[in-house]
Design a binder for this molecule. Structure first.
Ligand SMILES: *Cc1c(COP(=O)(O)O)cnc(C)c1O
Length: 429
């Protein structure tokens, strides 16, 4: 499948005239349509809810759009909980799926009546010590160990993952929680990341449904939801086939009918905590070509760098690049597209065939809507970029301003020196 930007060059130039590059831009229309499709795929399950993984794109304006489409928040830290609370996602609209959890975060999550997902058996005691008593509803995270294989060779090794409880710990946890007054139980598991296959959720669902039946039979616990968590992937590369969410929903329904319904558990709600699949394709990093360099290789230097999008540097991840206005031009030149960090892995693309790039061209780096801006950092004293939300009618809002030097220095103890330098340079905030 050909990868095309969700915005035109003219629109990006219009935006860039007000909000200098680099910036991440998000497509509200695509985002809403996608989330409606997800809800349609699981409409057979009356209790279905997507808890968007806030870590994938932690911007309250995006969380608000998702909330309007019925999504809750999946949080794993104090500040993520605070964002969920700020947009009104308290109570069962927030899932707290943390690990290695500081006690004060359990207290905060419990105060906002979020659903607590315990990552480990020892967390039962940690939670009790932090909070005092257990809420009526609790969830436990499961790790089956070993290797988990899905079709087309996609797999992961839960046995090497730090998350979740073993099978026997999970049974013990349910018994202990029940003895301590918990009435409603959930099971959560996350086994494969970026699974570009329609099999992952159905296979995970079958495993968890069978486990749920055993748990109910052995412990008598009332299991009210099963949380399939995240991991549903997106096609970063052209030619990769996109997941079919309707087929995924149908696959989960079949497992539900085959396993849960016969066990008298036809009232169990399905929850998901997708991040990448929800926002990934509906974000892009927009950056401008500012330098070219001709040595052993051909380099294009852009005004963004790895602090704005870490995935290529960190995992060697592929992100498709479109040179705006040259969508149909022949791919005549091989480039490394690089940022300005003093790090040789600061490359958005390596040996990439692209149309001839001229200085000033806008480059559109695809699929940065999840784990893009979110993984940003300040290495080399670089500042985080702005974020822009493109509305359906073509208007746009800056939903996060770019950082300024003042932000970077804000945690220093001797602020006045830096304020003076900023004043001297005549920078506006
Ligand atoms: C990261 C994460 C997610 C989202 O994962 P994606 O791969 O973006 O779908 C969901 N749940 C938990 C607990 C996570 O840590």
């Amino acid at each position: 499948m050909r990868k095309t930007p969700f915005v035109t060059r003219e629109k990006l130039e219009e935006i860039a005239a007000q909000i200098p590059t680099p910036f991440h831009i998000y497509d509200e229309k695509g985002l809403r349509e996608n989330i409606r499709e997800i809800y349609k795929a699981f409409s057979w399950n009356p209790g279905f809810r997507e808890y968007f993984a806030v870590k994938a794109e932690p911007n309250p304006a995006i969380l608000q759009v998702l909330k309007e489409e019925g999504c809750g928040c999946d949080c794993s830290s104090l500040t993520e909980l605070m964002m969920a609370k700020a947009i009104g996602n308290t109570g069962d609209m927030t899932m707290f799926s943390s690990n290695d959890t500081p006690p004060e975060e359990y207290v905060y999550a419990t105060d906002m009546n979020a659903i607590i997902n315990l990552d480990d058996f020892t967390m039962i005691e940690s939670y009790a010590r932090a909070v005092g008593k257990f809420p009526k509803t609790m969830c436990c995270r499961y790790n089956p160990g070993g290797i988990f294989k899905v079709s087309n060779g996609i797999m992961d090794s839960p046995g090497d993952a730090k998350y979740g409880m073993t099978t026997s710990q999970l049974f013990d946890a349910f018994k202990i929680l029940k003895e301590n007054g918990v009435e409603n139980f959930g099971i959560h598991s996350f086994l494969v990341s970026n699974a570009v296959t329609n099999d992952y959720y159905p296979m995970l669902a079958k495993l968890l449904f069978e486990l749920a039946v055993e748990l109910k039979e052995e412990t008598g616990c009332h299991i009210t939801f099963i949380n399939l968590s995240g991991g549903v992937g997106i096609p970063y590369k052209p030619g990769q086939e996109k997941n079919d969410i309707m087929a995924i929903g149908e696959g989960v329904r079949k497992a539900y009918e085959a396993v849960l319904v016969p066990a008298g558990m036809g009232d169990v709600a399905i929850f998901t905590e997708m991040g990448r699949y929800v926002t990934g394709p509906y974000g892009a990093l927009v950056t401008r070509a500012i330098h070219e360099k001709h040595i052993m290789k051909e380099y294009i230097g852009v005004d963004a760098c790895a602090v704005n999008l870490m995935r290529p540097a960190m995992y060697g991840a592929y992100h498709h690049v479109t040179v705006m206005g040259k969508e149909d031009a022949p791919l005549t030149n091989m480039y490394d597209i690089v940022g300005s960090l003093c790090e040789n892995n600061d490359k958005f693309a390596i040996d990439r065939m692209l149309p001839k790039i001229d200085m000033g061209d806008l480059l559109y780096i695809h699929d940065t809507g999840a784990h893009g801006f979110a993984m940003g950092y300040n290495y080399n004293g670089k500042l985080r970029s702005a974020e822009v939300l493109l509305h359906e009618d073509g208007t746009f809002d800056m939903i996060r301003r770019a950082e300024t030097p003042k932000d970077y220095f804000a945690t220093f103890s001797n602020l006045s020196i830096y304020d003076k330098l900023i004043d001297e340079a005549g920078w506006k905030e």
